[in-house]
Design a binder for this molecule. Structure first.
Ligand code: FMN
Length: 443
């Protein structure tokens, strides 16, 4: 196994730059470490990578080297490395060591103090904080040996992230999935006391919009022939997740499908689209700048950062409340004592945007109602100060479903649309937006 070298390519970290040493072990989720590096570099964090032997089966040192802009290390007995930058120096230079993905194997070695390759020798030689991000098959995760090792590691002071639960590459379901790279990046920033800038986690910063309005769009039609060409459309989608403690949160059933469909339709119409998405499992629509957020407060900050916009369509099901405090440790049951959960109201992002000094020319809110749809939507229109409300009856399986029956409520009246697939609803809404702010000249 050869270390990845590109000439005399070895980065010197700036004194003020926070840096991590990323150890990539040999799990199926290793490819996600590439996305993690990208996110961390965007936050201004330097990353130096070490790969285990097995990791080479899953990602190439070339990819990691290009993204870290540095040499990638792997061989302990490479003379050049030992003379110039050996295992002790690698561990000394970093502010934090991150093992991601952490295989069951490397966790076991760490728990037993085994040092039989460069990665595990660094881990044994370091006095720096260590974060392990496990990812493995659900049975490997649940195995008594793995759980014993995790307990040992936690008591040794290693930070261990809880894996996500869900479908796995092996076809099984349960805990063991690597958490989303964005969540890992946030956890790393937390441990480094480095502020996490949500706007920087997207593909491009919103400030670049005016300079290159069509850079990210699909190339299927001449841009200047599309009716929203040159317009910036801001869309929120999905639920928000309000943390109660490290393992629990308040959420809702929104799937994000309607908002994502609107983002796609707006991009197809030639708009520059910024999509601010709560936690959903949906692919980013082609040609759309996506910013992932978790809580209502993060969504509000991302919306602010994305302004100015010509139109804003607030589709997200933002939680009305969040827990008054986000407990640092898991809250324990206390017999008959009532659950200690106090809620406080979240900011009203739509109403805030209506009063904003750079209010979008066209401001559209979504209203999920279970009864008296038009009555409630009309009241919301006046209360929030927006231009249109798209009201939908969510008493059925709309949330998470593929179809939607909506009523468009404006100052002029209301128009009930037939039940239709969410992408058809999206296209119809974009047609209405084009009539209002678009360029409909014959070309
Ligand atoms: C296709 C494939 C996928 C694997 N995925 C994982 C995984 O996600 N997590 C894990 O702990 N081990 C996984 N393994 C097993 C590890 O690759 C194996 O335990 C290896 O010895 C780990 O070496 P390392 O910890 O030094 O990187 C996988 C093996 C194969 C063949």
């Amino acid at each position: 196994m050869l270390p990845f070298q590109r000439g005399c390519w070895q980065r010197t970290f700036m004194a003020e730059e926070k840096s991590i040493l990323l150890i990539v072990a040999g799990g199926i989720a290793a490819y996600k470490s590439l996305e993690l590096v990208r996110l961390l570099r965007r936050q201004g964090i330097a990353v130096r990578a070490v790969m285990t032997g097995s990791a080479h089966e899953f990602v190439t040192p070339l990819s990691l080297g290009v993204l870290t802009e540095d040499e990638v290390y792997g061989d302990m007995f490479n003379l050049k490395e030992e003379r110039e930058i050996g295992h002790i120096q690698l561990s000394r230079e970093a502010d934090l060591i991150v093992v991601c993905p952490a295989t069951a194997n490397i966790l076991a070695k760490m728990a037993s103090g085994i040092a039989d390759d460069l990665a595990t020798t660094i881990l044994l030689a370091t006095d720096k904080p260590v974060l392990a991000v496990p990812a493995m098959n659900v049975r490997m995760w649940g195995h008594a040996a793995t759980q014993r090792n995790l307990k040992q590691l936690r008591s040794d002071g290693i930070h261990v992230m809880q894996p996500d639960e869900g479908g796995m590459a092996c076809g099984e379901f349960g805990p063991g999935r690597l958490p989303e790279p964005l969540d890992i990046a946030k956890q790393i920033c937390d441990l480094l006391s480095h502020p996490f800038d949500t706007a920087l986690s997207s593909g491009r910063a919103p400030t670049t919009i005016a300079a290159a309005p069509l850079e990210a769009q699909p190339d299927f039609a001449p841009p200047e022939h599309r009716p929203l060409y040159g317009k910036h459309v801001l869309i929120t989608a999905g639920p928000t997740r309000e943390a109660i403690d490290p393992v629990r949160y308040i959420a809702n059933r929104s799937s994000g499908r309607q908002g994502f469909a609107i983002a796609q339709a707006a991009a197809d119409a030639g708009a520059e689209v910024t999509l601010i998405a709560g936690p959903v499992h949906l692919a980013t629509p082609a040609g759309v700048i996506r910013i992932d957020v978790e809580s209502a407060l993060e969504m509000q900050a991302a919306v602010e950062a994305a302004l100015p916009a010509d139109a804003a369509i607030m589709v997200a099901a933002v939680a009305d409340w969040r827990a008054a405090t986000n407990a640092e440790q898991k809250i324990k049951k206390k017999g008959d004592t009532p659950a200690p959960l106090q809620l406080v109201e979240n900011p009203d992002i739509l109403a805030g945007l209506a009063k904003h000094k750079t209010r979008p020319e066209l401001l559209i809110g979504f209203a999920a109602e279970t009864e008296k749809i038009v009555e409630h939507a009309t009241a919301k229109l006046a209360k929030k100060g927006c231009d249109w409300i798209v009201a939908n009856d969510v008493s059925g399986d709309v949330m998470g479903g593929t179809h939607n029956a909506v009523t468009l409520v404006t100052a002029e009246g209301h128009d009930a649309w037939d039940d239709a697939p969410k992408d058809a609803v999206a296209r119809k809404l974009i047609e209405k937006i084009v009539e209002k702010i678009g360029d409909t000249d014959e070309r």
